[in-house]
Design a protein around this ligand. Structure first.
Ligand code: UDP
Length: 319
């Protein structure tokens, strides 16, 4: 297939480029680099099956020739208010990428009769009142809450996607992505894994926000990409959760990182700067992914951390 990937220079977008090129497809990548990083796709320069355009997909997208599939992955995604690349500091761009960007991509999909896949998120469940979260749970999001710029943009993106499917018959799919980590994560985006792993490799205490009793479920990037690609190749239209169902507290997560890296500097508990907007529990119910896609994650946290550490060491100049 000839495939358009927006957010191609991002963490997930760049892994998708690699995987889909390896599957034999031709890729057109787009990114405006507000949070994506050219380093993530530098190795693809000169690959005759990869074309790249620096574009803001919130504006009209011109794609030369027909595409058979579109994966819309362009969006800021970090919830850390302290990070320049987090969506608190890019609120309008975040809303535009989810709303206008999705609309533009759907327009191209309609024009070309392409398969369309939107990167949605566990954030559409907000601070969930049911646990774990199945795709049938409509979520608990405050439209004027502080995370709303991201959550509501993605909720709108899902609604728009379903409208194009139901009204125009576009062959759409929706993946709800849960916390993911791995090589090429933005080291400075202030999320749990980059913060904590960087601190551990530098021999510093790990900053756990609040008591660390809030839970997350962390998926290694290769597992996630496999699930997304299976969804792309399927004929499914309703949302599918892709994430790792192994739930742990942030404190347990930090302790695992210290153990794997051999860091003896311990843990520092910090006031949770995002307390009012930090979901307390999050774990995907992946029954649908298992049934429909025959997918489930295979990489344990220990193994995933071992596969992520070399990238962080290289970026930190420790390799
Ligand atoms: N967190 C933490 N220390 C950090 C960064 C994050 O304790 O240095 C916590 C954060 O409060 C949240 C969890 O780790 O409860 C996951 O945060 P992340 O930024 O990765 O994304 P989220 O799951 O909130 O979207």
């Amino acid at each position: 297939m000839r495939i358009l990937i927006t957010g191609a220079a991002g963490f997930l977008g760049s892994h998708l480029c690699d995987r889909l090129l390896a599957d034999g497809h031709e890729i057109i990548g787009m990114d405006n680099f507000i949070t994506g990083n050219p380093d993530n796709i530098a190795h693809l320069a000169g690959n005759e099956k990869f074309q790249f355009f620096k574009r803001d997909v919130s504006n009209y997208i011109f794609v030369p020739g027909k595409v058979e599939a579109i994966l819309h992955f362009a969006s800021p995604a970090s919830p850390n208010p302290l990070s320049k690349s987090g969506y608190f500091n890019l609120p309008i761009q975040t809303m535009k990428a989810g709303a206008l960007g999705t609309h533009n991509c759907l327009g191209v999909a309609r024009r070309d009769g392409s398969r369309f896949l939107i990167a949605s998120t566990s954030e559409i469940y907000g601070d969930p009142e049911v646990h774990p979260q199945a795709e049938t749970y409509p979520g608990n999001v405050d439209p004027v809450g502080e995370r709303a710029v991201y959550d509501e943009a993605k909720r709108f993106a899902e609604s728009m996607t379903m409208a194009y499917h139901r009204f125009h018959g576009v062959n759409t799919s929706i993946v709800r992505i849960f916390n993911t980590y791995g090589p090429r994560m933005d080291m400075e985006d202030g999320r749990a894994l980059p913060n904590l792993l960087k601190q551990a490799l530098l021999g510093q205490p790990l900053t756990v926000y609040g008591t660390g009793s809030q839970t997350r479920s962390f998926c290694f990037v290769d597992d996630l990409i496999e699930g997304i690609v299976k969804l792309l190749y399927s004929n499914e239209h309703m949302p599918v959760n892709i994430g790792n169902p192994v739930e742990m507290t942030v404190l347990e997560f930090a302790e695992t990182i210290n153990r794997i890296t051999g860091n003896t500097a311990g843990i520092t508990f910090m006031e949770n700067a995002r307390s009012a907007r930090d979901p307390q529990r999050r774990r995907p119910d992946i029954t649908r992914a298992k049934n429909i896609l025959n997918w489930e994650p295979k990489v344990s946290l220990e193994e995933g951390l071992r596969r992520t550490i070399p990238f962080f060491k290289q970026k930190l100049g420790l390799a």
